[in-house]
Design a protein around this ligand. Structure first.
Ligand code: ZN
Length: 257
């Protein structure tokens, strides 16, 4: 991630905002309705109303070729959609469920079994309340590149086996730790039942969204963040950047069916 530049200067942000108004072909996202509902009232509308019925597959994942799953960095779409993924599971922020639910989106949680173990209820509550999907991120977060096939196979399959047992559904999306992989990784992941290796085109760190290209999120971007102490700032930064770019976060699983 060292090649990424951090956009922080206020002047840059203002220029970017002006450029968006002038250049963007996407309509701005509507502002969320502000309300203070009485007890027992219907829950407030999500920040991003679903643009289609979530759970309906919109696009298929690229095919598995030569026994290797495809590597996906971004989603090819002409719709104003963006995708959020949340990794590892190290810090269990009690506000994560509420923040995800308020946004109305369904992230993919690429979790390591080592961080889930003993905290299954925390993640199960998020999945049940928000419709989030659990993805495979290996058991112990090693750098897989160059490791023997058997080692990689065990790290990937054991993570999926464990989540299938604990959450009742086997992951089909895989994210290699650190984004590093080799041919053995893609073969082992296919053998473990994965459909795609998911990388990213933007990341959130310390409350700031970092872009691989340009100064705003683009349609089809896959955004990486983590279960860290800065969860609230990070998730809010993602929501704000999606709104600024006129993009709606939708489930990645619907575009890698
Ligand atoms: Zn990770």
């Amino acid at each position: 991630m060292t090649q990424w530049t951090r956009s922080g200067a206020l002047a840059c942000a203002l220029l970017a905002a002006l450029a968006l108004v002038a250049c963007s072909s996407n309509p701005p996202a509507p502002e969320p309705a502000q309300s203070n509902p009485a007890p027992g009232a219907a829950p407030p509308a999500p920040i991003f109303p679903p643009p289609y019925r979530f759970g309906e597959v919109q696009q298929q994942a690229p095919p598995i070729t030569d026994g290797k799953i495809p590597v996906v960095r971004r989603i090819a779409t002409d719709k104003p959609y963006v995708f959020i993924t949340i990794d590892d599971g190290q810090v269990k922020d009690p506000d994560a469920l509420r923040l995800i639910k308020e946004s109305g989106t369904r992230p993919v949680l690429f979790l390591n079994q080592r961080y889930v173990q003993g905290h299954e209820d925390y993640f199960k509550q998020i999945v049940d309340a928000t419709g989030a999907t659990i993805g495979d991120h290996t058991v112990s977060h090693p750098n897989l590149r160059g490791k023997p096939y058997a080692f990689q196979h065990k790290e990937i399959c054991d993570d999926a086996d464990s989540f299938q047992r604990e959450f009742g559904k086997r992951p089909t999306l895989f994210r290699p730790p650190f984004g590093t992989y080799d041919a053995n990784t893609l073969q082992a992941a296919a053998a473990c039942g994965m459909r795609a290796a998911v990388l990213w085109t933007a990341a959130v760190n310390d409350g700031h969204v970092q872009f691989q290209e340009g100064d705003k999120l683009r349609a089809g971007d896959i955004v990486l963040m983590h279960f860290r102490k800065t969860f609230a700032q990070d998730y809010t930064a993602f929501v704000d950047e999606a709104k600024r770019a006129g993009l709606t976060p939708v489930p990645l699983t619907d575009f890698l069916g």
